[in-house]
Design a protein around this ligand. Structure first.
Ligand SMILES: Nc1ncnc2c1ncn2[C@@H]1O[C@H](COP(=O)(O)OP(=O)(O)O)[C@@H](O)[C@H]1O
Ligand SMILES: CC(=O)N[C@@H](CCC(=O)OP(=O)(O)O)C(=O)O
Length: 257
């Protein structure tokens, strides 16, 4: 039997506020057994870019990443956000190791081909080095992964954090019994985005397509759910979308095949 591993993905709204981030780190530190943290930071990158006079453009939940934007996201995700989280976890007795995809070649990607849209320096994940992560995890190291990958030819690439979480969960499912938890500022997938008590307890693929057609699920929630179904199909045991302050509780939305 494979051992359990919990992979938590935390989004930009939680990581940019000290109070919500620290609560998340407390809860993450309390998770028993093997674990991995994947963080976003989109909002922090947008704010710094603005201060530097660089406009941000998002298409289908993905950032159009030109050369200047790539510098900003590398500094923000690989630097400030990642290292603050690592230090915060070390202070809580968790032996965290901050990684971008370039570190130990942990996630290789290919620059997204230009079709209708040129996303610039955005990477589509080609390979996650599960063996390497598995060895670190078995030694008691807790990987903290930033949403950055590399192409193996010296270039960093920006990669959506939900995708990093989904792809890493998929790769680790060869070695562990993986639960993937997407946590953010709402109680789960909501029937009415303005009503926090309208959590949809479970969603399968048929229901998902209907909810998108009905306009209930929109924007950044669409790629989150697409990544969830892909992860389940690839052997991840469980996927949950829930409130960041409730990762150790039973609520939220459970995704079914
Ligand atoms: N039905 C829904 N329930 C909850 N959130 C939804 C729903 N439809 C769209 N959303 C939006 O999806 C967002 C989460 O996606 P995203 O911004 O990509 O999050 P993160 O930064 O955590 O990756 C929420 O902030 C919310 O505005
Ligand atoms: C290519 C792409 O879109 N990358 C994302 C990576 C950060 C991210 O996903 O952060 P959240 O989880 O906070 O949204 C971006 O730059 O916004």
């Amino acid at each position: 039997m494979k051992e359990k591993l919990t992979l938590i993905k935390v989004g930009g709204k939680i990581v940019e506020e000290e109070t919500t981030l620290y609560k998340l780190l407390d809860d993450f530190a309390a998770i028993e057994g093997y674990k991995v943290l994947v963080h976003g930071g989109g909002r922090s990158a947008t704010k710094l870019a603005e201060r530097l006079g660089i406009e941000s453009h998002m298409v289908n939940g993905r950032r159009i990443t030109d050369a200047e934007t790539l510098k900003v996201v590398t500094m923000v995700y690989g630097g400030l956000v990642n290292k603050n989280i690592v230090a915060g976890l070390q202070a809580r007795g968790v032996n965290a190791l901050g990684l971008t995809g370039a570190d130990m070649d942990v996630i290789r990607s290919v620059k997204r081909p230009v079709k209708d849209i040129d996303y610039g320096f955005v990477g589509d994940v080609k390979q996650v080095n599960a063996m390497l992560l598995g060895d670190l995890i078995a030694k008691g190291v807790v990987p903290v992964m930033a949403p950055l990958t590399h192409d193996g030819e010296g270039h960093m690439l920006n990669t959506n954090a939900d995708t990093i979480a989904g792809e890493t969960a998929k790769a680790l499912s060869a070695l562990f019994d993986v639960t993937l938890v997407y946590c953010f500022e709402k109680k789960g997938v909501l029937r009415d985005e303005n009503d926090d008590d309208s959590v949809i307890p479970t969603i399968n693929q048929v229901e998902f397509h209907q909810l998108v057609a009905d306009g209930v699920i929109q924007g950044g929630m669409i790629p989150k759910l697409e990544n969830s179904f892909e992860a389940l199909e690839a052997g991840v045991s469980e996927v949950v979308i829930t409130l960041a302050s409730a990762i150790n509780e039973q609520g939220g939305t459970r995704i079914r095949k």
